[in-house]
Design a protein. Sequence first.
Length: 113
Amino acid sequence: QLQLVESGGGLVQPGGSLRLSCAASGRLVSLNTMAWYRQAPGLQRELVASIRSGGNTDYADSVKGRFTISRVSNTVSLQMDSLKPEDTAVYYCKATSPPYTYWGQGTQVTVSS
């Protein structure tokens, strides 16, 4: 069974930075797309950024120019700069190896003064 383990969440002031990491462990398989999602209280889970095995990336409009997704093998990171209070959410790592989809347990990011 493959597991995704996230780290790096926490409390940061507006304008600050955080870096999230997600590492695959257990039964390692070749992963296609890896991505970060987030879910704020009362809202649906939304895609933040994704990166395919070939390196192509996609970003939500709300984070373009502030967040950067990167990947080394089966570890994906999300560098978050210029954080805003509206970035506050639980951030989840997702990976796909068709036909399977894997999710991490989530890590809390709180942006507040």
